[in-house]
Design a protein around this ligand. Structure first.
Ligand code: ADP
Length: 272
């Protein structure tokens, strides 16, 4: 009957549409994987010659310091600064593409929070002090343990704290640890320049900086927050931001106290 014919045609058309959508999605996924793979390979390949440039600039610096004039030393210093900046960008792109391609390794293990925080604070102290800021750590005494990937957590905290140090002058930076049996919160508060609400959402996107001139001033990449948020999500958590322009910002990293292994992950025996 015509009615049955219509139903059959409808179903056929719907199947056709579904198949086209599925194929388009598969093509997009595959293109994305190819893009991430290309970026990962390229950034890896760029690192080798760049490391050589940085190494030789350092050697020249040492050799020339006793004999060269200020102008030469100044130019050489610029090569070193630009080299370090480029390496930071390449490393961030490499990490981002690894996450996108699903190749970023995660090794959860028991971590003592006081030790983790102390290591981060020791590393970031110079950036904080450079702008005559004070760093205060709260809530460490009863912070306890968590099971997570320590390397990734350190990287996120270093990023948030060095940002706080970069965008604050003569101020106070506070790292407050708190938690529940399920969650651990790391709140990084600063009394710095603050962020406009309109801009707050954009900052977690790749290569976004509020003021492009800060790149030259601070040598940032605009990738730090994008990478930090992706890492936080990889560990089952997230980063949120509260800020008021001219008053300061609080970036909060929240992580599950015990990281769940994602489907398909294999728990590596220790010593692997
Ligand atoms: P960058 O390498 O430029 O620091 P990020 O992704 O870490 O890249 O940060 C992106 C931008 O977000 C910064 O360039 C800055 O404009 C803004 N930002 C980040 N942290 C802060 C902060 N604590 N206070 C004010 N602005 C910040």
């Amino acid at each position: 009957t015509p009615a049955t014919e219509l139903i059959v045609r409808n179903i056929t058309e719907r199947k056709e549409v579904e198949r086209t959508l599925r194929e388009a999605k598969e093509a997009a996924d595959s293109a994305n994987r190819a893009k991430s793979q290309f970026l990962a390979t390229m950034s890896h390949e760029l690192r080798t010659p760049l490391t050589s440039i940085i190494g030789y600039a350092e050697l020249l610096n040492r050799a020339l310091t006793p004999i060269a004039n200020d102008e030469v030393m100044h130019d050489l210093r610029r090569i070193q600064v630009a080299g370090a900046h480029l390496l930071a960008i390449i490393n961030d792109v490499l990490d981002l593409s690894k996450i996108e391609a699903g190749h970023m390794q995660v090794h959860p293990a028991p971590v003592r929070l006081d030790k983790l925080v102390q290591a981060v604070v020791d590393t970031v102290q110079p950036v904080i002090v450079r702008n005559t800021n004070q760093l205060l750590v709260q809530g460490l005494d009863d912070a306890g343990l968590m099971v997570t990937d320590e390397v990734h957590v350190r990287q996120i905290l270093l990023n948030l704290l060095s940002n706080a140090g970069k965008f604050t002058t003569n101020g106070q930076i506070t790292l407050r640890i708190s938690g529940t049996p399920e969650m651990v919160y790391f709140a990084v508060h600063d009394t710095g320049i603050g962020i406009h609400p309109e801009q707050a959402k954009q900052l977690f996107r790749d290569f976004v900086q509020v003021d492009a001139s800060t790149t030259r001033k601070y040598g940032g990449t605009g990738l730090g927050l994008a990478l930090s948020r992706r890492l936080a999500r990889l560990l089952g958590g997230d980063i949120t931001l509260e800020s008021a322009l001219g008053e300061g910002s609080t970036f909060t990293l929240s992580l599950p106290r015990t990281m769940a292994l994602a489907e398909g992950d294999v728990a590596m025996p220790s010593g692997e």
